[in-house]
Design a protein around this ligand. Sequence first.
Ligand code: SF4
Ligand code: SF4
Length: 82
Amino acid sequence: MSKRKSGKIAITSENCTGCLRCALACSFFKSSEKTFNLSNSKITVVPAYDLSRFEIALGDDCDQCGICVQYCEFDVLSRISG
Ligand code: SF4
Ligand code: SF4
């Protein structure tokens, strides 16, 4: 199982179900609109080319707040301590 670091957040994409809770939470809490709108999310979850897994990326505008981590129930996202 590989864990990739993106700033203060580690990503273990093998566990991702594509549920999009992380992206929906980001869009709600991190936009002034306070609506569930994936176009406002700073984290993207998209199927890989071969559809065998999901690819997760944090945008340059992500401030590493960790809200998305709290909403992932599959241990894909985690905070890196220190
Ligand atoms: S760390 Fe915060 S800003 Fe970055 S994707 Fe997660 S919820 Fe959005
Ligand atoms: S990272 Fe977690 S919350 Fe986000 S789509 Fe994957 S399983 Fe769902």
